[in-house]
Design a protein around this ligand. Sequence first.
Ligand code: SDX
Length: 447
Amino acid sequence: MTETTANAGGATTADAEAGNQTLSVTDNRTGQIYEVPIIDGTVKAAEFGRIRVTESEPGLAVYDPGFTNTASCRSSVTFIDGDKGILEYRGYPIEQLAEKSSYLEVAYLLIHGQLPTKAQYETWVHEITYHTFVHENLRSFMEGFRYDAHPMGMLQASVGALSTFYPESSRISDPDLRHIQIVRLIAKMPTLGAWSFRHAQGKPYVYPDNELGYAANFLSMLFKMSEQKFVADERLIRALEVLFILHADHEQNCSTNAVRSVGSSQVDPYSATAAGIAALYGPLHGGANEAVLRMLRRIGTVDNISEFIEGVKSGKEKLMGFGHRVYKNYDPRAKIIKKACDDVFEVTGVNPLLKIAQELEKIALSDEYFVKRKLYPNVDFYSGLIYEALQFPPEMFTVLFAIPRTSGWLAQWLELVQDPEQKIARPKQIYTGDRTLDYVAASERWK
Ligand code: SDX
């Protein structure tokens, strides 16, 4: 930062076009003017750290609860344009990937940065397929949970526990060790997710069937009973693949921020992923799909929608599955999921809650409260309807989000550990508490 006097006329568009990419910041406490460079649409917070009245006092910090306007990293994994409703993984539009790709190919794309060659894809699928089993000790660990434990609680604990089976995973600077942990996590998430479900159902755990594809194997571990081989309807397998593709990454969302923040301490990727699962568990984030189903069930009939909407507008509750920090337009994933509903309902029969969801969307999108706040359906609004039609209980919905999001979290984690600009996450605060109080002994205080 250099301290100069701003030109009298102030910056003009011509200046901006001519590359005068700076801010002139006047500190009215001292009259000093600071020239702050604008880089990639941002200004470095550190530049404001140099603005102070006297050398002895701390410089300015920027205050941004929830990071609503703060860039935490440089990333090339996912691009979102919230106003235009655009989502791209490594530059590929989500609509094309959902229509033409497979989840494991998308996972490869996110992790490696480009689509795989035939040989690369076959090796990747082989590696993932042959790492779906977990150590039998982990199975005993999972059997220790209460009979009705929430699958997300089991999943976050089990993924964290995986780090104890692979102590070498703490050597995060070793690319080969990073690779094998990434393969293990992507491969084992469906196994752990399915076992969390089977545990809550009091059913025997089903081991992976390595002759099946990623989504089909997951369905087999979830629903196989006494039959020799469980092979789900191809249309349901494809619908799950599409849902996995749509949930694979979403740039710096709450759970990815958790993975990056925890990962910035240079902990192993299992522990960082467990932090992402914990963040996703919250009802404002990945837990929203479960909350949407419960909300639709509570509304019960189309006739109750108006009263429910009034309750939302009076601030009594939120319309779950609506709104987004980035999308101020329709979430492109919601559009694709809405279409996938038709394919699934062709096999399972229409979910009766669909009518309520469609009517709720129609009323909300024409109501000033939602229009003014640019609240549109997000990825969670329709996904729960499909999951319920696929016979998943609401407690499993967020597990179905965490499994595919693992490849996105790990792609972001890889960027973090290789980014020379990154350091351990340690934000500042605005201190609002007491200062320099004298301690009074308990014997005095408790008289
Ligand atoms: C996901 O970040 C990601 O990318 C997440 C995700 C991903 O793929 O990782 O896309 C997945 O988490 C999708 C979001 C799922 N969550 C929900 O559906 C829960 C309901 N939605 C809200 O809680 C909310 O919209 C958030 C959390 C998603 C976004 O919240 P913001 O950006 O912090 O916005 P806000 O809470 O400041 O809301 C702005 C205004 C407020 O009203 P006022 O105070 O201005 O009067 O909009 C209102 C909010 O009350 N509002 C809602 C609302 N969402 C926002 N009012 C009613 N219902 C809602 N759903």
